[in-house]
Design a protein around this ligand. Structure first.
Ligand SMILES: NC(=O)c1ccc[n+]([C@@H]2O[C@H](COP(=O)([O-])OP(=O)(O)OC[C@H]3O[C@@H](n4cnc5c(N)ncnc54)[C@H](OP(=O)(O)O)[C@@H]3O)[C@@H](O)[C@H]2O)c1
Length: 326
């Protein structure tokens, strides 16, 4: 089958031939219709984010497609069913094998391109907000990079939970998109410090939860933005990994929690549990439009290099999708 491969010398992405996967017990073989980009793909391409042990070394953390073959011991699925799923790798390919429990039925009104934009960012946002962050009605969540793939999913989930979100985003168009998705306030982080604005917007209390993809460069301001008992979910490190000085006293005196989190390295059992919980919460909402993946753009997978450049340049609002087959 064909797949996007990384050229060893140039590190450019090229479509080439690779081995055909075949489903084992409890697995499904899916013909991939669309996949979507994630920031991790940019790192993996450069050899900076190796796949977890046992995972495909082909890029791609999610896909949508059609079930082509059903492995022994699988029930509840038929050939031809439209599914999407989170993957540990292997999405940038014509076919992929998934554990049957990872498959989510695609809402009837969805295109494959829309469905490909759901798994990674919505599951990440769901895991962090509800299962790790303890989000509850009435909370305020500060979401950095609000117009990112994960950010646009998080803003919608916060709204559905009856909570309020404040986002940071780097352009007027991104801030407008976040407000349209339901954010209560959008901060231009390039215009000055965000912490005083978060304090002002929360009547001096601070945010209950922060979804942070930025890391080191936001550390001090993040702590200053949290309410007493607040939780900082450290999900990415776009702004660096090393903080020169840490005052533990701030964590202790204001009872703050810092939670490091990574979805890809979790066990299959964890991912099955997450997928089941998320599907129960979100599939009815995706079906009736309360939740809607924000699709920035759709590219033919032949143009994967240009699609990656678009993400690299921070141009996307929501998901960048690759069409693998029509
Ligand atoms: N831990 C996990 O399990 C997990 C899972 C999924 C994703 N992630 C992480 O979550 C983050 C978002 O992923 P994504 O695929 O949704 O990203 P994305 O759509 O590519 O969006 C990232 C956005 O972050 C902003 N940004 C980039 N560098 C920045 C910096 N130095 N300081 C401030 N803002 C910066 C840019 O928006 P502006 O124009 O607004 O600056 C950029 O468009 C990534 O770091 C990714 O690795 C983690």
């Amino acid at each position: 089958m064909k797949a996007v491969l990384v050229d060893e010398v140039s590190k450019r992405l090229v479509i080439g031939e690779t081995a055909e996967p075949s489903p084992g017990s409890g697995e499904l073989l899916v013909t991939v219709k669309a996949t979507a980009l994630n920031r991790a793909d940019l790192l993996q391409k450069r050899g900076l984010y190796p796949p977890p042990p046992g995972a495909s070394d082909i890029l791609g953390l999610e896909m949508s497609g059609i079930i082509e073959e059903i492995g022994p011991g699988v029930s509840g699925w038929s050939k031809g069913d439209r599914v999407c799923a989170l993957l540990p790798g292997g999405g940038y390919a014509e076919r992929v094998v998934i554990p049957a429990g990872m498959a989510m039925r695609i809402p009837s009104s969805f295109t494959f391109e829309q469905a490909a934009g759901v798994p990674e960012v919505f599951l990440t946002a769901y895991l962090n907000l509800f299962m790790l962050g303890g989000l509850k009605q009435g909370d305020t969540v500060l979401i950095h990079a609000g117009a990112s793939g994960v950010g646009t999913a998080a803003v919608q989930l916060v709204r559905e939970a009856g909570a309020a979100s404040i986002v940071t985003a780097g352009t007027e168009a991104k801030r407008k998109a976040c407000l349209e998705l339901g954010a209560a306030h959008a901060i231009d982080y390039k215009a000055g410090p965000f912490a005083p604005i978060v304090k002002e917007q929360t009547g001096g209390k601070g945010a209950d939860i922060i979804m942070d993809f930025i890391g080191a460069s936001y550390w001090e301001q993040n702590l200053a933005s949290l309410a007493v008992d607040g939780r900082l979910l450290l999900i990415g490190m776009l702004g660096g990994a090393k903080v020169p000085e840490v005052n533990l006293g701030v964590l202790l005196s204001r009872r703050l929690q810092v939670i490091g989190t990574a979805l890809r390295s979790r066990s299959l059992a964890d991912k099955l549990d997450l997928t089941r919980r998320f599907a129960e919460f979100a599939l009815p909402r995706l079906e009736d439009g309360r939740l809607d993946p924000v699709i920035d753009s759709v590219w033919d997978w032949q143009d994967v290099e240009q699609a990656h450049a678009h993400m690299e340049q921070n141009q996307n609002i929501g998901k960048i999708v690759l069409r693998v087959s029509s």
